[in-house]
Design a binder for this molecule. Structure first.
Ligand code: SF4
Length: 314
């Protein structure tokens, strides 16, 4: 069962620019209920833009977004308000993530104040229960952001996002800039909460190891386009860009990691080619056909899709 169906989605920030530059380009994708869908790619590839469009924090330029079989693409602010509690964003838990003058109780109660009409005592009870679910307790209620560690702030951020019991959460770089041990704790927490609360996640990250660990499927984006959708990124990657991303990040020895960068050409400016494959300017395997025709995203086997002429010879 699909929670989201995304059909032909485009996002263009400057619609007057010629040629048009798309942050997200003709995206077709489904998010299944109960899955953790990973979204990877370099900075600026359109990952966060896609996450924000699903939550309707940004309006698509074109295309449709179907949520729970409802077309929400053109929903107004008040229509979105009725379903906003069902979809939330989990941000990085860095020091700037929260209002410095707010206590933990105020931070977590913000969404409750917007969407629920319970008594203060009932709200506090919910907040304490939520804090316990994320591994904290009521002694944190009166703390401020700067009085907590990065891991504690991240847990508060998760509690804030989940207090309204959403069915869908976008985790946008939720485990970035934290150390390895803490990252493992947060990933374990996120997967545990998914099971307990029946959540579906869109897990946006440039951390391939984290994605590999918790995601059921992974979408690889390059300059606003999906180049591969893979059930297991570590074992099944076939697109030259996915392989290069993997080689650059999963190699434990940093010296070897540097060498692996030759798997794609360094480009001075990342520009979307006017025609052909979006990755052609950096791909070591580019052929004449790659400059002439854009490869379609084609099914390799049931859940595995690749957009590459090399992987689908003519
Ligand atoms: Fe490289 Fe061509 Fe495949 Fe694009 S279609 S990734 S340029 S081989």
């Amino acid at each position: 069962m699909n929670l989201f169906e995304i059909k032909g989605l485009y996002k263009c920030y400057n619609t007057k620019a010629k040629p048009k530059v798309y942050a997200v380009h003709d995206l077709h994708l489904t998010v299944k209920k109960g899955e953790i869908l990973g979204l990877v790619g370099e900075s600026g590839c359109g990952k966060s833009t896609l996450g924000k469009m699903l939550l309707k924090l940004e309006q698509p330029t074109r295309g449709r977004i179907i949520f729970n079989q409802q077309d929400i693409t053109d929903y107004s602010f008040s229509q979105m308000r009725k379903i906003r509690n069902r979809m939330q964003m989990i941000f990085q838990g860095n020091a700037n993530a929260f209002n410095p003058y707010f206590t933990v109780e105020q931070i977590i109660s913000e969404p409750l104040n917007n969407y629920s009409y319970e008594t203060p005592a009932a709200k506090r009870e919910k907040i304490v229960a939520m804090l316990e679910q994320v591994g904290l307790n009521q002694t944190y209620l009166n703390r401020y952001g700067h009085e907590m560690s990065g891991g504690q702030r991240q847990r508060v951020g998760i509690a804030r996002a989940l207090i309204l019991q959403p069915e869908f959460a976008v985790c946008d770089e939720a485990v970035s800039s934290i150390d390895y041990a803490l990252k493992n704790q947060i990933l374990t927490l996120l997967t545990g909460l998914k099971q307990q609360l029946g959540l579906t996640y869109l897990f946006i990250s440039h951390d391939i190891a984290a994605v590999n660990r918790i995601c059921d499927r992974v979408v690889v984006m390059y300059l606003g386009n999906i180049v591969e959708i893979i059930p297991n990124i570590n074992d099944q990657a076939q697109h030259p860009y996915t392989k290069a991303l993997l080689a650059a990040t999963l190699v434990p020895d940093p010296r070897k990691r540097e060498k692996s960068r030759v798997l794609f050409k360094e480009a001075e400016e990342l520009k979307i080619p006017e025609k052909g494959c979006v990755f052609q300017n950096r791909c070591l395997y580019a052929q004449a056909v790659c400059k002439a025709e854009q490869p379609a995203l084609v099914s390799k086997d049931s859940e595995h899709y690749i957009a590459c002429h090399l992987c689908h010879p003519h």
